[in-house]
Design a protein around this ligand. Structure first.
Ligand SMILES: [Zn+2]
Length: 216
């Protein structure tokens, strides 16, 4: 059997499983979505967002890209973020990286792979910002793991710097931003950091909004 046909067969079996539990499963699902979480994860096939978090369809709004990047010029990610915050009104945005990330590993190397180097370029900046700590680690494996963690932390702060998050916080929306790292070897997620609503950000990134009272 051709490999892709396995997926279509599995889909039919999955539909049957769901219908066996609830006859109206798909009717209810087609109604609307009200997820409480936006997941920004790596495209890596070993980190399926719903499966590792035990969530069902309807619970996670998902954006994935290589090495879970939050880039201020990425209209795809920014559109997902705006929709999640302003329309779906999620209360949690989760950036989830993973140990052994090929994207982060590549950013640590000097190999030229074309376009992907440009995408991963920002991780080199994260390395430079933490060069002293990273260069002090004894081997490449530990450097990679630490850079995976630092990369997640950096993306969390970048989210806090976006206009969407700043506006939500200033408007009193209880939006939390989480930085997690998934361990491929154990299946466990390590909770790295959480920014509560209104966490102060670096002054230069602060925005004032005309439609909100603010401090100005
Ligand atoms: Zn990855």
């Amino acid at each position: 059997m051709e490999s892709y046909k396995k997926l279509l067969l599995a889909n039919k079996a999955w539909v049957q499983d769901k219908l066996n539990v609830r006859e109206d499963y798909f009717l209810r699902m087609a109604d609307d979505q009200k997820p409480d979480f936006l997941w920004i994860g790596c495209s890596d096939s070993r980190v399926p967002a719903e499966e590792v978090t035990g969530t069902e369809p309807g619970e996670l709004f998902v954006h994935r890209n290589i090495a879970n990047q939050v880039l201020h010029t990425d209209f795809n990610m920014l559109s997902v973020l705006q929709y999640a915050i302003e329309v779906l009104k999620v209360n949690h945005v989760i950036v989830c990286g993973h140990y052994g990330c090929g994207g982060v590993r590549n950013a640590m190397s000097h190999k030229h792979l074309g376009l992907i180097n440009k995408w991963l370029r920002n991780i080199k900046d994260v390395y430079r910002m933490h060069q002293h700590e990273l260069d002090g680690l004894p081997d490449t494996a530990r450097k990679l793991s630490r850079l995976v963690e630092l990369n997640v932390q950096e993306q969390v702060w970048k989210l806090a710097e976006t206009s969407f998050v700043q506006h939500a916080w200033q408007a009193g929306h209880p939006l939390h931003i989480h930085g997690w790292v998934y361990d491929l070897q154990t299946g466990l997620i390590k909770d790295q950091l959480m920014l509560k609503p209104g966490t102060p950000i670096e002054d230069i990134y602060k925005l004032e909004f005309d439609d909100l009272p603010g401090e100005h």
